[in-house]
Design a protein around this ligand. Structure first.
Ligand SMILES: [Zn+2]
Length: 173
């Protein structure tokens, strides 16, 4: 399963590399994690699917929009508009792991949309990290966690945090 985490940091990372270093240093974020990923643009409603940089020439039809296949009479083939990979457009969307990094995935808390919610919030303070989830595993069942039903901003405010930056992270466990 992939999960959406927001990492709170006091100071703005100077570069994407520094932000990645912070995320890697945290640990406990599954066996794989990435800034943005499936949740790229969540901070301010940026849509990676609208960025032409996140598309490539369809390798099934070589960009022609028409596949060289023998099932053209088949209804499924018709519904594909000529190519089952790109639906006749000649371009296909890249995997989220190959999307162009979006600078808004590291954003000042005050600029993040008010209704943003996520599965995990990490409050990062030096080598000390605090984790809060929508649900917690007791060893035998999932129970309501600290983030359940709260927006990220509401939650952080309840911890006395109204400044700093948020880093969007996609993690897998
Ligand atoms: Zn195609």
């Amino acid at each position: 399963m992939h999960f959406h985490a927001e990492i709170w940091v006091k100071n703005k990372p100077k570069s994407l590399q520094e932000a990645q270093g912070i995320v890697k240093s945290i640990g406990h974020l599954g066996d794989w994690n990435q800034i943005g990923g499936r949740w790229m643009g969540e901070h301010d409603n940026y849509k990676p699917e609208n960025n032409p940089a996140n598309y490539e020439v369809c390798n099934i039809c070589k960009g022609t929009g028409t596949r060289d296949w023998d099932k053209t009479d088949d209804q499924w083939a018709k519904d594909c508009h000529g190519c089952n990979s790109c639906h006749g457009t000649g371009v296909s969307q890249k995997w989220p792991t190959e999307w162009k990094p979006y600078e808004g995935d590291i954003l000042e808390l005050s600029k993040v949309r008010d209704n943003l919610s996520c599965y995990t919030v990490v409050i990062h303070k030096g080598r000390l990290n605090s984790f809060f989830h929508s649900e917690d595993w007791t060893g035998s069942a999932f129970v309501k966690g600290a983030m359940e039903g709260k927006t990220v901003k509401e939650f952080l405010k309840s911890k006395g945090i109204t400044d700093g930056y948020l880093i969007t992270v996609d993690y897998h466990e």
